[in-house]
Design a protein around this ligand. Structure first.
Ligand SMILES: [Zn+2]
Length: 145
């Protein structure tokens, strides 16, 4: 995941908001800044029904998968090719560029999909799926209110 700093901060704040402090030593959810059992402030995050782990990346990924819809990467890439390249004409037949690449060289097509989305900062990858940054920003706004 590469996310711009501002959005990353908002997602981290949201991840903290939707989770509880969890003391691993006492194995309990803790309210407040210190564990009443051992006085530790080194908390894991606890997300109800999902799990317990250090850090916030796993929470952010969960929120994105739960609230946003992954784009259909292959369709979007194919459309981009159709827009950028001329149709291929042979005799009386004619095919769109994206269709040609997808059918004739599916391996290159799939590599193209990965490269295209990995290099576009309008998308964020989570577990091999791509999500629009604007969708994620909307989710943050909705869940933060
Ligand atoms: Zn404790």
């Amino acid at each position: 995941m590469t996310i711009d700093t501002d959005l990353k901060e908002k997602l981290q704040a949201l991840a903290f908001n939707v989770t509880d402090n969890f003391c691993y030593g006492c194995y309990r959810v803790v309210e407040g800044d210190f564990c009443p059992g051992c006085s530790s402030d080194d908390f894991m995050r606890h997300l109800d029904g999902v799990g317990v782990e250090y850090g916030t990346d796993w929470i952010i990924e969960h929120l994105i998968k739960e609230h946003c819809e992954a784009v259909n990467a292959e369709d979007e890439f194919e459309e981009m090719l159709n827009e950028c390249y001329d149709t291929v004409k042979v005799g009386c037949c004619q095919w769109e560029a994206g269709y040609v690449m997808k059918e004739l060289d599916p391996v290159t097509f799939r590599c193209g999909v990965s490269d295209y989305f990995a290099n576009d900062d309008q998308y964020i990858e989570v577990d091999g799926e791509y999500y629009g940054v604007s969708d994620i920003e909307n989710m943050v706004d909705e869940l933060t209110d």
